[in-house]
Design a protein around this ligand. Structure first.
Ligand code: URA
Ligand code: CA
Length: 436
């Protein structure tokens, strides 16, 4: 076997065997195949694609390219969730303690912000003292004793994905369904969970804007996860407007605390309970979706999920008092309201523009090296379907550095389309894709 033959085989559209995929991935990670050959191979995959069997093999081989987490010592059924990325997507901060309160085990590895979407690790780091850089021993020890941990990815897991992603990024090959699926699922498989739910966002603020593309991605993720022995389902959810009412790091921690208290925005709470229900069912802990959803809502209103969040903050060195006193979180020096120029009903609220505006204020990163400001962001006061009068506040910018303020203001204002007629609020959950 040699690399040229495998590039040719894929270029000609023939499926690769397990041995062939192992040859490519293992040798690339070991530094034995140069980038230019893998770049050609990626382009061949881009044009010729992969069937489900090849994609499952690629996922499995990538997952095994580094350390695999062993959650056999965990007290409950280990679950994980993944979102394809949205704006103001505060779900992980709520869902992780909520699932732990439901008795499931959650060993969650998360990422940082890039582009117009935020990252859970940055959000958590706005809590004074909170440590996200747990060692493997600390992470697994905490999972085994308390059933919950939430930390940053480590370099020694799934190195194949990091290497391939960097190359895909500069060779125009990110946009390939089998490569996206293998990238997402290899990280989930290496994370050790038995039950997985994927939130596939669709709309202006999502990685995939078109519903049909999101549906295809969801179906393939579920198929590959099932083939690799996981209980997996996906929800396709609307990301045309931001989720909840906060976009920004400390602001989203506040929003999560409100939601864990049963007093958060309805869309965020509903989505968390819907996603969570998939995992409660995967764990065999509920008879029906309805029962699972009702149970999760009661853990929010009853305070159990909030207690779990406070415990998680304490376990990872954060200030647990932020739960009762959110003033202890960083806050911005100034606020600037954005006001409606006309009366009417909000017809559109472009999540991508809001995400970009929040990043401009310092809540996100345009390149990996950017520093984020935990205090800044955007509070959304009017959402699709709301009526507003002239001069009414649509949103509030939370600002420290004023360098990009005008640009951010312009983006937020143009994100809003105010119409004269009653706008239909489209459903948040568009479809549900389940495994076999
Ligand atoms: N998200 C990932 O983790 N990988 C991709 O390739 C695309 C989106
Ligand atoms: Ca939010």
């Amino acid at each position: 076997m040699n690399t040229v033959d495998l590039i040719r085989k894929k270029r000609n559209g023939d499926p690769l065997t397990r041995e062939e995929i192992e040859y490519i991935i293992r040798r690339y990670v070991a530094g034995e195949i140069p980038d230019y050959q893998i770049a050609a191979w990626l382009m061949a995959v881009y044009f010729r694609s992969m069937n489900d069997e090849e994609t499952a093999i690629l996922t499995d081989v990538m997952a095994h390219s580094g350390v695999m987490l062993d959650l056999a010592g965990a007290p409950g059924f280990p679950v994980d969730k993944h979102s394809t990325g949205g704006v103001g997507d505060t779900t992980t901060l709520v869902l992780i303690p909520l699932l732990a309160a439901a008795g499931l085990t959650v060993a969650k590895l998360s990422g940082r912000s890039l582009g117009h979407t935020g990252g859970t690790i940055d959000k958590l780091e706005s809590i004074p003292g909170f440590r996200t850089d747990l060692s493997r021993e600390e992470f697994l020890g905490q999972v085994e004793r308390f059933g919950v941990a939430l930390a940053d990815h480590t370099e020694d897991m799934v190195p194949a994905d990091r290497l391939l992603y960097e190359l895909r990024d500069v060779t125009c090959t990110v946009d390939s369904l089998p490569l996206i699926v293998a990238s997402i699922m290899s990280k989930k498989i290496a994370g050790g969970a038995k039950g997985i739910v994927i939130d596939v966002k669709t709309g202006e603020g999502a990685f995939l804007r078109e519903l049909e593309d999101s549906r295809k991605l969801a179906r393939t993720l579920v198929s590959i996860g099932s083939q690799l022995g996981r209980k997996i389902s996906a929800l396709i959810t609307r990301m045309s407007e931001p989720l909840g009412s906060m976009v920004g790091n400390a602001l989203e921690v506040r929003e999560a605390i409100d939601t864990l208290r049963g007093k958060g925005p309805e869309d965020l709470a509903d989505l968390c309970c819907e996603l969570g229900a998939e995992l409660v069912i995967a764990a065999g802990e509920a008879q029906s979706r309805q029962a699972a959803i009702a149970r999760l809502h009661s853990l929010l209103s009853g305070g159990e999920a909030l207690d779990k969040f406070q415990e998680l903050v304490r376990l990872q060195g954060g200030d647990p008092k932020v739960v009762d006193d959110p003033q202890r979180l960083p806050s911005a020096a100034k606020t600037f309201p954005i006001r409606a120029a006309q009366a009417g009903v909000i017809a559109k609220l472009n999540a991508l523009d809001i995400g970009r505006a929040a990043s401009l204020l310092g809540a996100g990163r345009f390149v990996k090296e950017d520093r984020i400001d935990p205090a800044v962001g955007i509070q959304i006061l009017a959402k699709i379907g709301d009526s507003v009068s002239v001069g009414e506040e649509l949103a509030v910018l939370h600002v420290n550095e004023q360098q990009h303020l005008d640009e951010a203001r312009g983006l937020v204002l143009s994100a809003y389309v105010i119409g004269s007629e009653l706008a239909e609020v489209p459903p948040l959950i568009i479809d549900r894709i389940t495994g076999n």
